[in-house]
Design a binder for this molecule. Structure first.
Ligand SMILES: O=C(O)CCC(=O)C(=O)O
Ligand SMILES: NCCCC(=O)O
Length: 471
């Protein structure tokens, strides 16, 4: 029996579309009702989460769709996963939910164990954990840690704050509120809060009207595909982009305390960069004593063929900070240098300091992934799927340009001729029984769960073929 058969004996064997539009009539009615109390304009359809199972999402009209978008890449083990349902019913989880502690001040007796279970899944070289609430929060907490670290290295980790610092910070002025920067990359997506929106560079809609930190941006490599035919050009592209980073470090008017980067730029288009680009970036951050922050919010937790996407780059030394959320359900960051812990308490702090319920879930997700060897299995199914998609890309070269994600498990994407054609494709795929997502202006991305298997891949490939053959 496969893992998905063990978890989901009742998983549908095929999609079923019973309405002539998606959203269907009941979804439309409920979306309208929702609109009375909540901004409903982003809703594609209304889901029935009691009926959704494994890799299939069911809507309120009874449509059953194979889900390769999985709540914007954040369902790790399939809908209604029985192992996670057991964890949800445990006394420990119930306590964590109804008596949610302010875990900074009043940690539960089991917090060290709960955090330890999350840390068991940490990327190689990471020893400590700080906990937050969502991906943007995780990134902003990481920036705070980077800024405090930068200043503490300048001042001396154990040195006291000066009077001048204490007075000026209350006026939002230097030296207490110093001018420091985080460097990010064009097309990056790191969230939509204030500092995270400032380092997000994928679409204007994410940040229009928000005051922004005036921080620098470098260029992320833009490779030519297929990669095998363009090795020299792509190496030059790495060198060009690293030279831009180095130039920014040398010339930016303020110190750059940290560099944030996704192992694969996701929302911004599934843009990949080589291990040597990432090592080059690591070398530059070391040279300028800046922290390397790897944003694993979307790439983490087994989706790319490693537990953490950047582990494939074998960075030496390891990244300074690694942020997580989405498939891990819990959010936060890992780090390895004890001096990244702020030099005084109450600097990195809030009422909840994370959420033990979500941390328990993260530990359980990691345990299930290891127990069922799901990183390797997802990698194998990704290889199978990529080979099938490469055949389709040869058949439909205009509608499947720049197929990317070879050897990156199911983290696969391609580009269509225009945003309008891509959007039509996503809509047609729903009518063909597949819930699928886009990224950037004109790309399609696959983000199935880690229980997505060859039988699901066959259904997906057949649906893509059927949709593209009718264009
Ligand atoms: O649009 C958002 O805020 C969620 C974005 C995200 O992580 C994505 O689309 O990849
Ligand atoms: N960044 C994803 C937003 C959702 C969507 O465009 O469908």
């Amino acid at each position: 029996m496969t893992v998905s058969e063990q978890y989901f004996p009742q998983e549908p064997t095929a999609p079923k579309v019973v309405t002539s539009t998606i959203p269907g009539p009941e979804s439309q009615r409920k979306i309208k009702e929702l609109g009375q109390v909540f901004d409903e304009r982003h809703a594609y359809f209304v889901a029935d989460y009691t009926k959704s199972t494994g890799n299939y999402i069911v809507d309120v009209d009874g449509n059953v769709l194979l889900d390769v978008y999985a709540q914007i890449a954040s369902i790790p083990l399939g809908y209604n996963n029985p192992a996670l349902r057991e964890v949800a019913k445990s006394d420990r989880m119930i306590r964590a939910i109804i008596d949610r502690p302010a875990q900074g001040n009043f940690p539960g007796a089991d917090l060290a164990e709960i955090a330890g279970d999350v840390l068991k899944a940490a990327p190689k070289g990471q020893k400590f954990l700080w906990s937050g609430l969502c991906g943007a929060d995780a990134n902003e907490l990481a920036f705070k840690a980077a800024f405090m670290y930068y200043q503490s290295q300048k001042r001396g980790y154990n040195a006291e704050f000066s009077k001048d610092e204490q007075t000026s910070v209350m006026a939002n002025e230097a030296p207490g509120a110093p001018e420091l920067a985080i460097l990010s990359f064009e097309n990056a997506f790191h969230g939509r809060l204030f500092a995270s929106a400032s380092v997000t560079r994928s679409k204007p809609i994410h940040k229009l009207d928000l005051p922004a930190f005036k921080w620098p941006k470098a260029q992320f490599p833009a490779y030519q595909y297929p990669l095998g035919d363009h090795e020299d050009a792509n190496k030059k592209e790495d060198a060009r982009c690293l030279a831009i980073v180095e130039d920014i470090f040398q010339n930016w008017h303020a110190p750059i305390a940290g560099v944030i980067i996704e192992p694969i730029q996701s929302e911004g288009g599934d843009n990949h960069a080589s291990a040597s680009f990432f090592q080059g970036l690591r070398d530059i951050t070391l040279k300028y004593k800046s922290l390397l922050i790897i944003d694993e919010v979307q790439t983490g937790v087994g989706a790319t063929g490693a537990f953490w996407g950047h582990e494939k780059f074998n960075l030496s030394p390891a990244a300074d900070i690694v942020t997580f959320s989405k498939k891990f359900q819990s959010a936060g960051y890992f780090y390895n240098n004890p001096q990244i812990t702020p030099n005084q308490p109450y600097r990195q702090f809030n009422t909840w300091c994370g959420d033990p319920a979500r941390m328990i879930l993260a530990g359980a997700i990691a345990k299930e992934i290891v127990k069922n060897d799901l990183v390797r299995k997802t990698s194998d199914v990704g290889d199978y799927l990529y080979a099938e998609l490469a055949k389709l890309a040869a058949k439909y070269p205009k509608d499947m340009q720049n197929l990317r994600g070879e050897k990156c498990a199911t983290f696969i994407a391609w580009t269509l001729e225009s945003g309008a054609k891509r959007n039509q494709f996503l809509a047609d795929m729903k009518m063909a029984g597949v819930n699928i997502g886009g990224c950037a202006e004109a790309s399609v991305r696959l983000r199935p769960t880690l229980t997505f298997e060859e039988k699901h891949a066959d259904i997906l490939v057949k649906a893509i073929d059927a949709v593209l053959s009718k264009k």
